[in-house]
Design a protein around this ligand. Structure first.
Ligand code: C2E
Ligand code: MG
Ligand code: MG
Length: 606
């Protein structure tokens, strides 16, 4: 620290005689410090209360308190206990000097004094005090910096702790994200597999099962998704997930594996009964319709169940077998469950193979159309044909549409297959027209998914144009379930078909939904009475009033009626009486391949 930086200090001068004080003041002025003057011991004691002095110069002989008495008092006080005191005195005697030192003075100066000597003595104490103050200041500053630094460190610590906490939360969130399905918030495949691995490891040594794995797949979810849109599909999945959770206990792990596929680990399931009870609970829980954007949507699920046993070493094998059981359940129709048994394995893997074979059926030209004639019930003349697809599988022979169309619908293969049917049907009809049978119509069956194709109308129009066919000779057959969602997109497609002059038949009429209001909303031109009503004709279970009601409903709405599955002359007679215009069935002909159908046609025209 340089001298200019030194803080100014105070020096106390104590003398009862003003001229002495003046002389002292004059000698010490050059030091440039603050000089405080006191006329008595009492004044000096007061001054000391006000401030801290570098040094006190004090006369010994004063009225009132003299120098010795004053120093004694000063030494008793905390503020002045250590302040250096120099006596100024006219007594040169040794005992005075000794008494002064023993009372605590640091020096003893005889009057008259040499100002220069006095100054240099005082300046020693001034410097001492200044250094002391500077040291204090430096110390205080240091303390201050230490405090500031400590506070800074504490803050850093706090924010570090905050950061660690935040990072922990983020890590947890990352873990959750990576292990949960973002739509339903259920555990995802990864977390499910972790739980399943744990369960397998725990129960490997036991002989009796203690948990079951369920695979669950929504029935016809793709159709809901396609007709109501993906957002509605998502909402349905969320709804299903929450109902699943309501059916399960804390220890069970439900998970969404993807799409409309869920898996459930049912812990503490000791018997097949335990597991099937849960499956029944789930089926019941799904019976109440879901409210999706104000629309009632029904969902059902197929469930495959596998019981853990000591034979299973890997969790993936359990999942595979639950999947096999699920596949079986699906085959049996909606809302079923199946428990895996070992015989299932072979048949189901054959079915899965079928699914992958189907993907190549069109390009391998394995599909063929058969044609079944449709006749006027009174004149028995052929008015047209219904195209029915068959699959010539290289190993399995002919596979019926009832078997592979549902697979094609689920896998999306129905669209290319459907287009092929349309094109092939158009080609065949155009060929018959060229042979002179220009009155003939061709009916093709459409599935709901095809109706959702944006440009189905355009596709059919182009197929007809390609073979110079009048589209008004075409007919499409759709089932009631396609109308069910009352979907504007389907309405739009059907209107477009009507604009092209294509007729629309409602297939299998009477088996589907009892609500007939959609008949007003969709531009249907014919009703096709389901085979089940026709086959009862002449039996004890015959219900002629239903057929009569369908016919009169159709006629009132300006539609005509076709009866399918006519097998006997009695049925034919009865339908004719009931004023059903058209008939189709084995009584006339089974569906025939192109060659046989052409022969049948020319025979009947002769
Ligand atoms: P569908 O449209 O109701 O077709 C009538 C079914 O009844 C045909 O079975 C036909 O062979 C059968 N049938 C006809 N007359 C009689 C009869 O007198 N007695 C009996 N017992 N059965 C008779 P198929 O060909 O097995 O077709 C089954 C279903 O597959 C069809 O029912 C139709 O819904 C669907 N399908 C057929 N071809 C196609 C297609 O190209 N596309 C689509 N999407 N579906 C198709
Ligand atoms: Mg049909
Ligand atoms: Mg039918």
């Amino acid at each position: 620290m340089s001298s200019t930086d030194l803080p100014p200090v105070s020096v106390l001068l104590v003398d009862d005689r003003p001229e002495n004080l003046l002389a002292l003041e004059a000698s010490l002025e050059p030091l440039g410090q603050k000089l405080v003057l006191a006329n008595s011991g009492n004044d000096a004691l007061r001054a000391v209360l006000q401030e801290q002095f570098a040094v006190i110069l004090m006369d010994i002989r004063m009225p009132g308190l003299d120098g010795f008495e004053t120093i004694a008092l000063l030494r008793q006080r905390a503020q002045s206990r250590h302040t250096p005191i120099i006596f100024l005195s006219a007594y040169p005697e040794q005992h005075h000097i000794l008494r002064s030192y023993s009372s605590g003075a640091v020096d003893y100066i005889l009057k008259p004094f040499d100002p220069e000597a006095l100054r240099s003595k005082v300046s020693v104490f001034v410097n001492l005090r200044q250094n002391e103050l500077a040291l204090h200041a430096a110390h205080a500053k240091l303390e201050e910096r230490v405090a500031a630094r400590t506070a800074e460190l504490a803050e850093t610590n706090r924010s570090l702790a905050r950061e660690i906490a935040e990072r922990k939360i983020a890590q947890q969130q990352l873990f959750d994200l990576a292990h949960h399905d973002s739509l339903t918030n259920l555990p995802n495949r990864a977390l499910f597999m972790e739980h399943l691995n744990g369960a397998v490891a725990r129960s490997r040594r036991r002989t009796s099962p203690d948990f079951a794995v369920m695979m669950l797949d929504l029935d016809r979810f793709k159709i809901v998704n396609d007709t109501l849109g993906h957002l509605a599909g998502d909402q349905l999945l969320i709804g299903v997930a929450s109902r699943l959770q309501q059916c399960l206990r804390e220890v069970d792990t439900p998970a969404r594996l993807g799409g409309d596929e869920f898996a459930i680990l049912i812990d503490g399931s000791h018997s097949v009964k335990d597991a099937t009870r849960t499956a029944e609970r789930i089926h019941n829980a799904l019976k109440t319709p879901f409210d999706i954007d104000g629309k009632e949507v029904l969902a059902s699920a197929s469930i495959g169940i596998v019981m853990m046993n000591a034979r299973y070493e890997r969790s993936t094998d359990l999942l595979r077998d639950a999947d096999v059981a699920l596949y079986r359940a699906k085959e049996e129709g909606r809302s079923r469950y199946q428990v895996f048994d070992h015989e299932m394995h072979g048949t189901v893997s054959a079915q899965l193979r079928l699914e992958s074979d189907l993907a190549h059926a069109v390009e391998r030209q394995e599909l063929v159309l058969h044609y079944q004639p449709i006749l006027a019930s009174v004149s028995h003349t052929i008015v047209g044909f219904e195209a029915l697809v068959r699959w010539h599988h290289s190993e399995r022979g002919i596979i019926s549409p009832g078997e592979f169309i549902p697979i094609a619908e689920e896998s999306g293969m129905i669209n290319p297959i459907g287009l092929w049917v349309i094109e092939q049907g158009c080609r065949q009809l155009a060929a018959w027209h060229q042979d002179g049978a220009q009155e003939l119509t061709m009916a093709v069956n459409l599935s709901t998914r095809q109706l959702l194709q944006a440009d189905l109308g355009g596709e059919i129009e182009r197929a007809a144009q390609a073979v110079a066919l009048d589209p008004r000779k075409l007919k499409v057959e759709i089932t009631e379930s396609a109308m069910m969602p009352n979907d504007p997109a389907i309405q739009h497609t059907l209107s477009r078909l009507r604009e092209l002059g294509i007729a629309i038949s409602l297939d299998d009429f009477g088996t589907g939904y009892s609500c007939l209001s959609y008949l007003h909303n969709f531009p249907v031109t014919s009703l096709k009475i389901d085979r089940s009503f026709v086959s009862r004709i002449g039996q004890k279970t015959e219900r002629p009033e239903i057929v009569r009601a369908i016919v009169s409903l159709a006629h009132n709405l300006g539609m005509d009626v076709i009866a399918e599955g006519v097998e006997t002359v009695e049925q034919l007679e009865r339908l004719r009486q009931l004023e059903c215009e058209y008939v189709q069935g084995f009584y006339f002909s089974e569906p025939l391949d192109a060659e046989a159908a052409t022969a049948y046609l020319s025979r009947s025209r002769r």
